[in-house]
Design a binder for this molecule. Sequence first.
Ligand code: BDR
Ligand code: CA
Length: 300
Amino acid sequence: MTLTPLVVDVDTGVDDAMALALAARLEGHELVAVTTVAGNVPLEYTTPNTLKVLEWVGSPAPVYRGMSAPLARPLVSAGHVHGDDGIGGWELPDPSTGTGDMTAPEAIIRLAREHAGNIDFAFVGPLTNLAVAVLLEPELPRMVSHLAIMGGAFFKPGNVTADAEFNIYVDPEAAALVADAGFNATWVGLDVTHQTVLDRDTWASLADADARDAVLVREVCRASFEKRGVEQVHLHDPLAVVVVERPSLIDGIPGEISVDVGAHRRGRTRVSPHVNGTGQAAQSVKVAEFQALFRGLLEG
Ligand code: BDR
Ligand code: CA
């Protein structure tokens, strides 16, 4: 089978780490690059975290360092959720390789040109790198077959404010630019990602696991269960990555996506239904099918 090239952009991040493990295992895609951005924690953490996680899961995908701050605002991060280091204090070996010698937006453009019409993207952090790439190459949306974005809260409240989901709240100007650019994009927002979880019992069942992916899931989530005391970890970013491989997991509303950038409703995402809209806002997800795929990761 010919594999479709896939670029994943991350702000690693607990659920980003699990998404990377999944991205490296997809049967229909080849992970050709991973790009990093500031978000959950600053770029000084998200980049080494990404290198370490990829090495842990045995992926040879090159990593490109991206934007260290949102387009127009200071960074708001989420160390209280992901730990100050972004991966819940999990001590991974130092990476043996460094980042590529292009910036993330440059790498995104180069790969899109090289595979124009046959490349998928999954963006699971603030959309800063993609916005910069579109500014540098306005034809980019026409080159990408399918873009899955973890971002937004279209039909339910956000997780930073009542209006906004984290990735969009952090860089609403970038999200607005991407929404306007005309990508064939699926916006995988909290409306669906809040239904996909790793619960405490499943996590506890990994206590003696020794397969690398299962150890990753166990260790990266340990602080969430043991220190923060949550009963479940949302699988936001893993779902978005799986959506590029299996778009039928999602049912959505096709239309024009817009993002509020004003102070009043900063980061609010909306979909105006339209048959010719290039975006779609995910409204429901086949939870059992997704959980089976995720379990496959845990079971190797
Ligand atoms: C999103 O924000 C981050 O904290 C997660 O990694 C995910 O991408 C969920 O709102
Ligand atoms: Ca993320």
